[in-house]
Ligand binder design. Structure first.
Ligand SMILES: [Zn+2]
Length: 100
Protein backbone atom coordinates (compact mmCIF):
# COMPACT_ATOMS: atom_id res chain seq x y z
CA UNK A 1 0.00 0.00 0.00
CA UNK A 2 1.39 3.43 -0.98
CA UNK A 3 2.55 5.58 1.93
CA UNK A 4 0.21 8.43 0.90
CA UNK A 5 -2.84 6.22 1.45
CA UNK A 6 -1.32 4.28 4.32
CA UNK A 7 -1.55 6.90 7.08
CA UNK A 8 -5.26 7.83 6.67
CA UNK A 9 -6.10 4.10 6.61
CA UNK A 10 -4.04 3.48 9.75
CA UNK A 11 -5.75 6.37 11.53
CA UNK A 12 -9.20 5.10 10.59
CA UNK A 13 -8.41 1.57 11.78
CA UNK A 14 -6.80 2.92 14.95
CA UNK A 15 -9.99 4.78 15.77
CA UNK A 16 -12.24 1.84 14.88
CA UNK A 17 -10.30 -0.60 17.07
CA UNK A 18 -9.59 1.86 19.89
CA UNK A 19 -5.88 1.54 19.24
CA UNK A 20 -5.75 -2.20 19.84
CA UNK A 21 -4.28 -5.01 17.77
CA UNK A 22 -6.94 -7.25 16.18
CA UNK A 23 -5.07 -10.38 17.32
CA UNK A 24 -3.45 -9.93 20.74
CA UNK A 25 -5.73 -6.99 21.68
CA UNK A 26 -2.78 -5.05 23.11
CA UNK A 27 -2.42 -1.32 22.46
CA UNK A 28 -0.34 -0.43 19.43
CA UNK A 29 1.73 2.70 18.85
CA UNK A 30 1.06 4.88 15.84
CA UNK A 31 3.87 7.21 14.86
CA UNK A 32 5.41 8.90 11.83
CA UNK A 33 8.83 8.22 13.38
CA UNK A 34 10.65 5.46 11.47
CA UNK A 35 12.37 4.16 14.63
CA UNK A 36 9.05 3.75 16.43
CA UNK A 37 7.57 2.03 13.38
CA UNK A 38 10.16 -0.73 13.85
CA UNK A 39 8.95 -1.60 17.36
CA UNK A 40 7.08 -4.87 17.85
CA UNK A 41 4.04 -2.93 19.09
CA UNK A 42 4.00 -0.54 16.12
CA UNK A 43 0.69 -0.21 14.26
CA UNK A 44 0.51 -2.00 10.91
CA UNK A 45 -2.22 -2.55 8.36
CA UNK A 46 -3.20 -6.20 8.28
CA UNK A 47 -4.94 -7.89 5.35
CA UNK A 48 -7.31 -10.40 6.97
CA UNK A 49 -7.42 -12.37 3.75
CA UNK A 50 -3.79 -12.23 2.71
CA UNK A 51 -2.90 -10.51 -0.54
CA UNK A 52 -1.18 -13.76 -1.55
CA UNK A 53 -4.63 -15.43 -1.29
CA UNK A 54 -6.36 -12.75 -3.34
CA UNK A 55 -7.22 -10.38 -0.45
CA UNK A 56 -7.87 -6.77 -1.45
CA UNK A 57 -7.38 -3.31 0.05
CA UNK A 58 -11.15 -2.98 0.61
CA UNK A 59 -11.96 -1.66 4.11
CA UNK A 60 -13.65 -4.92 5.19
CA UNK A 61 -10.41 -6.81 4.54
CA UNK A 62 -8.20 -4.43 6.52
CA UNK A 63 -7.48 -4.46 10.21
CA UNK A 64 -5.04 -2.91 12.65
CA UNK A 65 -2.39 -5.28 13.99
CA UNK A 66 0.83 -4.85 15.92
CA UNK A 67 4.00 -5.53 13.98
CA UNK A 68 4.73 -8.68 15.97
CA UNK A 69 1.38 -10.31 15.16
CA UNK A 70 1.47 -9.17 11.55
CA UNK A 71 4.86 -10.80 11.03
CA UNK A 72 4.19 -13.90 13.14
CA UNK A 73 0.86 -14.87 11.53
CA UNK A 74 2.54 -16.13 8.37
CA UNK A 75 0.16 -18.16 6.23
CA UNK A 76 -2.33 -18.99 9.02
CA UNK A 77 -5.89 -17.77 8.51
CA UNK A 78 -6.64 -14.67 10.59
CA UNK A 79 -9.23 -16.46 12.73
CA UNK A 80 -6.88 -19.32 13.56
CA UNK A 81 -4.06 -16.95 14.44
CA UNK A 82 -6.38 -14.74 16.55
CA UNK A 83 -7.49 -17.71 18.67
CA UNK A 84 -3.88 -18.79 19.07
CA UNK A 85 -2.70 -15.30 20.16
CA UNK A 86 -5.55 -14.92 22.64
CA UNK A 87 -4.94 -18.34 24.19
CA UNK A 88 -8.33 -19.61 22.96
CA UNK A 89 -6.96 -22.13 20.50
CA UNK A 90 -8.05 -25.30 22.32
CA UNK A 91 -11.55 -23.89 22.85
CA UNK A 92 -11.66 -23.11 19.15
CA UNK A 93 -10.59 -26.63 18.17
CA UNK A 94 -13.23 -28.06 20.52
CA UNK A 95 -15.89 -25.79 18.99
CA UNK A 96 -15.16 -26.85 15.39
CA UNK A 97 -14.74 -30.58 16.20
CA UNK A 98 -17.23 -32.70 14.24
CA UNK A 99 -19.99 -34.09 16.48
CA UNK A 100 -20.13 -37.89 16.84
ZN1 LIG B 1 -0.79 -8.05 18.25
Amino acid sequence: MKSKVRLPVLLKLFERQNGRCCYCERFVVLSADYKIQQRSDAATIEHLRRRADGGTNQPHNLSLACKRCNQERGSLSWILYATFRRGEFLEFMEAIKPQR
